[in-house]
Design a protein around this ligand. Structure first.
Ligand SMILES: [Zn+2]
Length: 271
């Protein structure tokens, strides 16, 4: 009997669900059900991504604490999954204590490899994307993804992940495992991004309070873009994922949203 682990991206709860959310879930559900049907020991993870400035802001607008707002929105998503009979084995929330611990363990492990350093980030920031933008990402000072939202200039102390050190290793991995990202058009897209040069990126925020405290520095929280990785990565330190990874460690998939990209991170085999 094979072991099979599959996860969706975990959903951002600052707003109510849209059709793309259901599309991703039903597609992943079909794969999970298929693998159970052929007798694979299957673990299917889904959940909610709750930490961010946008969630803080939305909670304020609703007159709720961030915790109460997150509880309410996570329940909205859980109920929708139930209505569509999504057969997940666990709905994980980034507020769950084992997730918080998993993220902190994940950051500690990166620190042990000397891949994290402290620096200052200065530049244009889109509050909706919650990320710093390059000039090419802006038009007349407005975010290309949010064309009605003017970027603001920010200077902030951040911890950085030294992604640039991994460029050659990533290219080599993609060469050796052509099915690591599917379909091929998406693989080519990712390859062209890597060949274009990878930059180190910020993995903490010192201006946001709603998040996972950064290990060793309580003035920072882990950047929201970095917290789902340990949740959904089969090789992570995240407790629930560790369990599912042991159970399904040989074949792992992550299906990603509206573009229906399917990853097979551990073996490069198709789902
Ligand atoms: Zn934006």
């Amino acid at each position: 009997m094979s072991k099979f682990y599959i996860t969706t991206a975990i959903v951002y709860i600052n707003n109510t669900p849209h059709l793309g959310f259901i599309y991703e879930l039903t597609g992943t559900d079909v794969l999970a059900r298929y693998h159970r049907m052929i007798g694979d020991e299957t673990f299917f993870l889904t959940g909610s991504d709750e930490h961010s400035l946008n969630v803080e802001r939305r909670a304020r607008e609703e007159g709720l604490s961030t915790k109460d707002f997150s509880d309410r929105m996570a329940e909205v998503y859980r109920q929708i999954e139930s209505r569509f009979q999504i057969s997940y084995d666990r709905f994980i929330r980034t507020e769950d204590p084992d997730h918080v611990k998993g993220v902190q363990d994940f950051i500690e492990r990166i620190k042990q490899h000397d891949d994290i350093y402290k620096g200052t980030y200065e530049g244009w920031y889109c509050t909706s994307c919650e990320e710093f933008k390059q000039d090419a990402d802006l038009r007349d000072g407005f975010c290309l993804i949010h064309p009605t939202l003017k970027a603001t200039y920010l200077k902030e102390e951040n911890y950085f992940f030294a992604l640039s050190r991994y460029q050659d290793r990533l290219l080599e991995h993609f060469e050796k495992h052509p099915q690591f990202v599917q379909p091929e058009s998406r693989r080519n897209e990712i390859l062209s991004i890597i060949r274009g040069g990878l930059r180190d990126f910020s993995i903490s925020r010192s201006t946001v309070r709603w998040g996972v405290p950064f290990p060793g520095d309580d003035r920072h929280v882990v950047y929201v873009g970095a917290t789902p990785s340990p949740t959904t990565s089969p090789a992570s330190a995240m407790a629930a994922t560790r369990r599912s990874s042991r159970r399904g460690g040989r074949r792992t998939c992550m299906s990603l949203g509206k573009t229906s990209r399917v990853f097979t991170p551990s073996t490069g085999r198709p789902c």
